[in-house]
Design a protein around this ligand. Structure first.
Ligand SMILES: Nc1ncnc2c1ncn2[C@@H]1O[C@H](COP(=O)(O)OP(=O)(O)O)[C@@H](O)[C@H]1O
Ligand SMILES: [Mg+2]
Length: 359
């Protein structure tokens, strides 16, 4: 398979809504996806993920901008001539065809000879573990098996780019995890370029080389899962990825790669590469991840435990931190002191994991 890179240049899509007003579903999006990369478009419902994917596939025309597969501008190339295949949430299998016939369908349309079809289908049936089900009808398969067939049908086309639109949403939680690992394994084994749409952050975190966080038609941030989690650029991103507590505050000092923030009656020093982009006096929020709240220190500000739940691997706390509610988790609670509701604790934050975003 010849994986292709994909480039979006100032891509915009306008729709006319029910009242006849123009609205921008996708607003000036630029993005580079390298060949063989797994990239995920992540964001809340309605932020423009599907529309972006449909433009890449050729199902939707661009209102503005350019789109390249490799060096080739594909804006005027129809969907069926583009080197990409889409896997849908609904599987879209043909109910009257066997598994094998479903998988062969696209190759038959391409008028490939039977031996060639067999040569292409066999390894994909192998990799997806589908041989035993080859002669079954789709309605004799579980949801997970059907999704496997849908993926196999896309893979035999050997597309330069593989597109996924929320492919796991119809599966139950356990199967979602299994299929997610399966998609990841197959994508890596084949070295295919994958563009994956989801609103599920754990799917995005576990699958992606790069995550593109979208909000209201725009890109908020692009980065590896670690970058997005540790260095969110905005309040939206820090809230959407993982769990975030926010301490409202004001910048009192900016130095090289360090910010001093006055918040909630105390002063916090935060090391941060982009410290220079903040100004003294600016209103900000300090993002405090639940796992970076330390309760068993003797030093720190006094707070009160308002909820304490033993979950085995972790202890979950809610604490009242001078009027600000904080959600904290402590790993391996069995080996530590466990606080009860009503206990007074001293709180501090492991500074490595604090992060400042504009208010
Ligand atoms: N064919 C269409 N006509 C009019 N509005 C549309 C159409 N398709 C999508 N939209 C609107 O564009 C916005 C983005 O939709 P979509 O890309 O489906 O979001 P997502 O996949 O992130 O949930 C939404 O407000 C949606 O209602
Ligand atoms: Mg969608």
């Amino acid at each position: 398979m010849r994986a292709k890179s994909v480039t979006l240049e100032n891509v915009t899509k306008e729709f006319v809504d029910a009242e006849g007003n123009k609205m921008r579903a996708v607003d000036n999006v630029s993005l580079q996806i390298k060949e063989g990369q797994f990239i995920t478009l992540l964001g809340p419902s309605g932020c423009g993920k599907t529309t972006t994917l449909r433009m890449i596939a050729g199902f939707e025309e661009l209102s503005k901008g350019n789109l390249f597969f490799g060096d080739e501008n594909v804006v005027h190339i129809p969907a069926n001539k583009r080197d990409c295949t889409m896997v849908f949430q609904s599987y879209a299998l043909f109910p009257h065809m066997t598994v094998y016939e479903n998988i062969c369908y696209g190759l038959k349309l391409k008028k490939l000879a039977k031996p060639e079809i067999e040569k292409r289908v066999a390894p994909v049936m192998d990799i997806m573990n589908l041989h035993v089900n080859a002669n079954r009808m789709p309605n004799q398969l579980s949801g997970g098996q059907q999704q496997r067939v849908a993926l196999a049908r896309a893979l035999v086309m050997e597309p330069g780019v593989l597109l996924f639109d929320e492919p796991l949403s119809n599966l139950d939680a356990k199967l979602r995890v299994t299929m997610r690992d399966e998609i990841s394994r197959v994508q890596r084994e084949l070295g295919i370029t994958a563009i994956y749409v989801t609103h599920d952050q754990s799917e995005a975190m576990s699958l992606s080389d790069q995550i593109v966080v979208m909000n209201a038609g725009k890109i908020e941030q692009v980065g590896t899962p670690l970058e997005i989690y540790q260095q969110p650029k905005s309040r939206f991103v820090s809230d959407f990825i993982g769990t975030a507590n926010f301490l409202e505050g004001k910048v009192v000092q900016v130095s090289k790669e360090k910010l001093t923030v006055r918040t909630n009656g105390s002063t916090l020093d935060v090391s941060q590469a982009n410290a220079g982009s903040f100004k003294e006096g600016q209103q900000v929020a300090v993002v405090v991840r639940p796992e970076s709240i330390v309760l068993d220190g003797n030093e720190g500000k006094k707070a009160t435990v308002t909820k304490s739940v033993f979950m085995g691997a972790i202890q979950e706390y809610e604490i009242d931190y001078s009027g600000v509610p904080l959600y904290a988790i402590v790993a391996d609670p069995g080996g530590k002191r466990i606080y009860a509701t009503g206990d007074e604790v001293a709180v501090h934050f492991s500074s490595r994991s604090l992060h400042v975003v504009p208010a």
